[in-house]
Design a protein around this ligand. Sequence first.
Ligand code: ATP
Length: 404
Amino acid sequence: EHTYPQKAHIKTLKLPKNIESLCREIGSLAERMGYKAYLVGGVVRDMLMNKEVWDLDVVVEGNAIELAGELARIHGVDLHPFPEFGTAHLKIDSIKLEFATTRRETYPHPGAYPLVEFASLREDLLRRDFTINAMAVSLMSEDFGTLIDYFGGLRDLKDKLIRVLHPLSFVEDPVRILRALRFAGRLGFRLSKSTEKLLIKAVELGLLKEAPQGRIFSEIRLALREENLPEIIKLYKKYRVLESLFEGFSWDDQLERRLKGLRSVIEWHRIEFPQERLDYGWLYLMLLLLRVDAAGYMNFLNAPSWVRQGYTFLKKDLDRLLGDLKKAQKPSEVYRLLKGKHLSVLLLLMSFPEVQDRVKLYLEKLRHVKVDPREFSGLSGPDLGKAMEEKKSQLMDSLFSLNS
Ligand code: ATP
């Protein structure tokens, strides 16, 4: 058993304006039904960090689906119940709510989907991943806004630490290895000394490989969406998780240089072409996996088709294309080599220093060069196309030049 106090360390929070009245309403509804309701998890963490919150996780000591159903009825919105999990989702204005009955989870074997039973709030918090994600706020009118923190989450938040709740946490659920690094990267936190030791051990034991790949790879997808992805990748490197996840993966200086290159290319592209937004996270993944045989992983990752196509193309043709780009003598040759390539391929190419200027010229200038078909009276079909392309080439070669 754990040595945590039965009574939580407490303090009272002022809830953000956009959620306060809704939270009070949930509290009094719960009271009327003889239940208790609390905000839990990420929303409590984010509130304490003064971040905006729009997704509320509510746990109920009582029937969560019934409570959520009543709230949905009052607001005239749809309820999405999941009776097998005792949870329900709904949306009120722009606030997303997830209701769950407090529960205990036990893991039949490491990384497996857990067995679930009804339990107290404390047990519900105890099954969670890190202290900063294991706090609750009461929504009941008698102590509305009271922070319930059994495991020192508030202190760890102040000290910027990610800490598991018990030593077997990573063994129970190896996905937490990746979650720990995602939160550390996102928030700029470190792992506590003991959590770091446990995490290193868990990776060494190969637990990431044993965990259900579906869960592991959905966690990777979440990481790819993080603003601070480059920091997360640094942590993946420090703790050797990619070696463990992707057969044949290894780090070297060249890969690190390219990742840095990609980071600045993405910063540049964000600013120069804001209307061309792309899910940039996938570019990092493509780059990381270029020297791995990752077609199978792309399935697990449920990668969008532009990622698969771009990746397959680069696996096959990257070296040739780099060589040809380096050899190109004129802007029009660069244009011909890059024309029609997906933006993801172009940005990845641009992160290779030796061809950066050339790809940049293409993105900034060459691809926008237009000629007016009315200048070619008398021509049609393929002849017209050819004449226009020739004119374009002349124009490019006279307007721009390649620094060698
Ligand atoms: P985000 O800001 O990324 O949404 P979150 O903390 O809300 O972060 P979720 O993945 O939505 O994260 O999970 C909600 C809560 O459920 C977490 O705060 C944590 O308490 C708990 N949780 C999620 N995944 C796990 C896990 N693998 N093991 C234990 N607890 C988990």
